[in-house]
Write a protein that binds this ligand. Structure first.
Ligand SMILES: Nc1nc2c(c(=O)[nH]1)N[C@H]1C(S)=C(S)[C@@H](COP(=O)(O)O)O[C@H]1N2
Ligand SMILES: [Mo]
Length: 201
């Protein structure tokens, strides 16, 4: 039976080839990808806000954010540039624990993640509510490194990894969808890696 090179490699290593979405290959490394520079973050002035379609807009300091309940999640991540990393481990805060504080309105159907330097990414709110979604501070038991988003990054399962904004500073809830940074540059709005929704052209 014919198998592609990427699938063959997975089989040789005892991994289930069906975990690899179409057009992807597995990497052991964790490549770094972003527009612009790694920001210089000062935790003393850092804050995190939740705003938009919520009953109680919220602003937290780093000390307040890290006092929230903690959650862990492990998942495969898939970059639109075709690398995939299996079993990436993250720890941080689940949206449900922020939602308890801000109380989203019924009109809160879409999310725009706001990161340093004006970077944004957008998803329907279900993807932020996903069991495996996370506002992550740690990976593999260690704080995120600056290039991977320290002190805080979003992790959005079931979408290409560009939706997972590094250097996250806020979550905005909206009644209507609003394209983010890469989405405005021609990346597919929906970013489903099983459907290979890479680009919108
Ligand atoms: N703030 C910010 N977050 C970002 C990006 C970016 O340009 N800025 N790029 C995205 C893209 S395209 C990818 S593939 C992932 C890469 O995350 P990594 O560098 O930790 O692998 O971050 C995403 N998050
Ligand atoms: Mo990417």
């Amino acid at each position: 039976m014919f198998r592609g090179k990427a699938e063959q490699k997975l089989l040789e290593r005892g991994l289930d080839p069906s975990r690899l979405p179409p057009g992807q290959y597995l990497t052991e490394k964790w490549p770094v990808l972003h527009a612009g520079d790694v920001p210089n973050t000062d935790l003393a002035t850092w804050d995190f806000t939740v705003f938009g379609e919520v009953e109680e807009p919220l602003r937290l300091s780093w000390a307040e954010f890290t006092a929230l309940p903690r959650t862990e999640s492990t998942q495969d991540i898939h970059c639109v540039t075709r690398w995939s990393r299996f079993d990436a481990q993250f720890a941080g805060v689940h949206w449900r624990d922020l939602a308890k504080l801000v109380r989203p309105k019924p009109s809160a159907r879409f999310v725009v993640a706001h990161a340093e330097q004006g970077f944004t990414s957008n998803v329907p709110v279900e993807y932020l509510e996903d069991e495996n979604a996370l506002l992550a501070t740690h990976t593999d038991g260690e704080p995120l490194t600056p290039e991977h988003g320290w002190p805080l990054r979003l992790v959005i399962p079931k979408k290409y990894f560009w939706k997972s904004a590094k250097w996250l500073r806020g979550i905005e809830l909206l009644p209507a969808d609003q394209p983010g940074f890469w989405e405005r540059y021609g990346y597919h709005n929906d970013a489903d890696y099983w459907k290979e929704e890479r680009y919108s052209f």
